[in-house]
Design a protein around this ligand. Structure first.
Ligand code: HEC
Length: 205
């Protein structure tokens, strides 16, 4: 993403006949302002998504070198502190609804109705059930997740935490922060956690 932004701003600056060599930060700022000038909020797609938070800025700065252990540990601690727990203390919702949410790639796009809930698109990165013929492999297979790891409260809490804010366990994870970024509602996260944790879910069959 950063490379694309730099390429975009480089073209713009060349066109303007700029003779000096701006720094990466200047290229970046120019690219962000060009994108903000060229795009408007539409549907569920909001222009402020271009603005990186502290975590994203830090992870972008370690794109080409491994992130130092102490920096990663600090990020994970900060992200863990963002996690909110269900008001009724129950982590598990309805696994059938969870599967529909996990399979839906809708949400966050300009042609998505802001009044409609988002999907989670878990299948784009994970195998979840045996029936699924096509799934992504960016993340590990979650088939038999609870059958292998256990159904107890500790694993339920871990599944909640990971879905709510994946960066609490892997500082620069490519998995979206579904709860922290408000992609899914509390009820939707419960349903997705049930998909992972319910003994009757196709994940554990
Ligand atoms: C864009 C890719 C992507 C999407 C979408 C995604 N994940 Fe992940 N997920 C990952 C990656 C990569 C990991 C490996 C660890 C890490 O980097 O966070 C992971 C790890 C996990 C883990 C921890 C596995 C373990 O063995 O401890 C769970 C649980 C999980 N994801 C659940 C989900 C669920 C449920 C969804 C949908 C709500 C989802 N993921 C969506 C990429 C993704």
């Amino acid at each position: 993403m950063k490379i694309k932004l730099i390429a975009l701003s480089a073209t713009a600056l060349l066109a303007a006949g700029c003779a000096t060599t701006p720094s990466d930060d200047e290229y970046y700022a120019k690219a962000v302002s060009l994108m903000k000038a060229g795009f408007t909020d539409r549907g569920q797609a909001k222009v402020d998504r271009i603005d990186q938070d502290r975590l994203q800025k830090l992870c972008s700065s370690y794109e080409s070198s491994p992130i130092p252990k102490d920096v990663a540990a600090q990020i994970e601690k900060e992200q863990l502190a963002t996690i909110k727990y269900p008001a009724d203390g129950k982590f598990l919702g309805d696994h059938k609804k969870g599967e529909r949410i996990a399979q839906s790639g809708r949400g966050g796009q300009y042609n998505d109705d802001p009044k409609q809930p988002s999907g989670a698109n878990c299948y784009a990165c994970h195998q979840l059930t045996k029936e699924e013929v096509s799934y992504g492999t960016i993340g590990p297979s979650l088939y038999h997740f609870a059958k292998l790891r256990g159904y107890g409260p500790e694993i339920q809490k871990y599944a909640w935490n990971k879905v709510y804010n994946s960066h609490a366990f892997a500082a620069c994870s490519s998995m979206p922060r579904f709860g922290h970024r408000g992609i899914l509602t509390e009820e939707q996260i419960k349903d997705v956690v049930a998909l992972l944790m319910d003994p009757n879910s196709p994940v554990n069959k």
